[in-house]
Design a protein around this ligand. Structure first.
Ligand code: GAL
Length: 447
């Protein structure tokens, strides 16, 4: 448990975290990325429209600042310039080059993100950066034009045999053949990601570095000295549970987060993948759970739904615009993720269940203690936040003021517990303070 003064020192207490001097990466990144909805169907127009919509829909003012280009932006055939070796943008998708997109994005006060891969080819089969790290870091930096920040998402496909890891750890199939005590920070995966880290560090600009290593090689154990965030699982898919090919529904991801939430802090964030809010046929309740939990986990908030139709999809826009949840995710004083305080669903703590992950979560912010109650069931259930079970509230008091983060309303003062009906697949999000509105336990943190 860290003291408030310790937390306020912030950067100083994070000796190994990769926090850039200007504060880039201290908090979870917020923005938009093309992959979840557009996959390879991208063009200059998509990103320029998104940038304008981020402003017009009020999302920029809420903190969504990155406009991130994902896979398939370069020329698949030509790959690299024969003379300079630089990556060549696809001239049909980006007729004026990436530079022009950066200019448009920056002119709106937003930041540009780009994508590459720590292998020979990206997952879509475009040129990767392995062996070209210095040149590509310099190229991305050059394309950024001015002093605005940038983001690099660095994927993990097409690793040549000479870079294969000695041992294998894949979180979805957790057979781990490494000897006990093996330091995964010495793995080839860690080395491949570190080469790009070093190249980025040598640029005269700050680049937010998002490792897309899918939880392989226990990236959570070395990610915080290498990047600002690291993907923890396979690709997300807009479904509640289960798996389709290599993509996963929300519940298996939350299950993994139930077990590994504690690797997150200022400057070092587990990345539970980009948001699918507004995509596929997720129900409103499922969309609410997705957003509330990603905020609670302090995962990056990277929207993946088309923005040109978002004004017409008001319930989705409202979810993505929930300021109280965003404030929790971006809290300036408390860096830790929320943690499960009870598993629920009649299960002992710290057990894995890909359909029914931990249901009772607690976190803290400058505003108070926050409780998130996830209903994994297919029917509405009554869920009870019993104060004596919640670590920072255990000591009791004269009663707590319970506030609904979804509606912005105070729900009243309760002495022993607060109970409400949570719809199927919905998540209640509560702020709990003393009856006078003061923080009930400012010294408590999940870590
Ligand atoms: C995957 C990655 C996705 C997306 C895709 C592009 O490896 O996890 O988020 O970037 O590659 O091909």
């Amino acid at each position: 448990m860290a003291s408030l003064a310790g937390r306020l020192l912030g950067l100083a207490s994070l000796a190994s975290a990769f926090v850039s001097r200007d504060g880039t990466g201290r908090l979870p990144a917020m923005g938009w990325n093309s992959w979840n909805e557009y996959e390879c169907n991208i063009s200059e127009g998509v990103f320029i429209t998104v940038a304008r919509q981020l402003v017009d829909l009020g999302l920029k003012d809420l903190g969504y600042e990155y406009v991130n280009i994902d896979d398939c932006w370069s020329d698949k055939e030509l790959r690299r310039d024969a003379t300079t070796g630089e990556l060549i943008p696809d001239a049909e998708k980006f007729p004026r080059g990436i530079v022009k997109v950066a200019e448009e994005v920056h002119s709106l006060g937003l930041k540009l993100g780009i994508y590459s891969d720590a292998g020979t080819d990206t997952c879509g089969g475009y040129a990767g950066s392995l062996g070209y790290e210095e040149l590509d870091a310099a190229t991305f930096s050059k394309w950024g034009i001015d002093s605005e920040g940038q983001d690099l998402k660095y994927d993990n496909c097409n690793v040549p045999p000479e870079w294969a890891d000695e041992y294998e750890y894949i979180p979805e199939e957790p057979a781990n053949n490494a000897p006990p005590g093996y330091d995964w920070g010495t793995s080839n995966t860690a080395k491949r990601y570190r080469v790009m880290h070093d190249a980025l560090q040598r640029q005269n600009r700050t680049i937010q570095y998002s490792l897309c290593a899918w939880g392989h090689a226990h990236v959570e154990r070395w990610g915080n000295s290498t990047g600002h965030s690291w993907r923890m699982w396979g690709d997300i898919f807009p479904a509640w549970k289960g798996k389709e090919k290599w993509s996963w529904g929300l519940m298996p991801i939350v299950n993994q987060a139930s077990l590994l939430w504690n690797y997150t802090d200022f400057g070092s964030h587990n990345d539970w993948d980009m948001l699918e809010v507004g995509n596929g046929d997720l129900t409103i309740e499922e969309n609410r759970s997705h957003f509330a939990l990603w905020c609670a986990l302090k995962s990056a908030l990277i929207v993946g739904t088309p923005l040109d139709t978002l004004a017409l999809r008001k319930p989705i826009l409202d979810i993505l615009s929930n300021k109280e949840l965003i404030d929790f995710n971006q809290d300036p004083v408390y860096g830790a993720s929320a943690m499960p305080y009870k598993w629920g669903n009649d299960r002992p703590a710290n057990t894995s269940d890909r359909d029914h992950p931990a249901a009772f979560w607690v976190g803290t912010s400058v505003k108070g203690i926050h409780v998130f109650l996830l209903n994994t069931r297919d029917t509405a259930v009554n869920m009870r936040a019993v104060f004596a079970e919640i670590p920072p509230l255990k000591s009791g008091g004269k009663g707590y003021l319970v506030h609904d983060m979804w509606t912005g309303e105070d729900l009243g003062i309760f002495r022993k517990y607060f109970e409400l009906e949570v719809k199927a697949h919905d998540t209640a999000a509560l702020t709990i303070t003393k009856a006078d509105g003061k923080h009930p336990n400012p010294r408590w943190s999940p870590k």
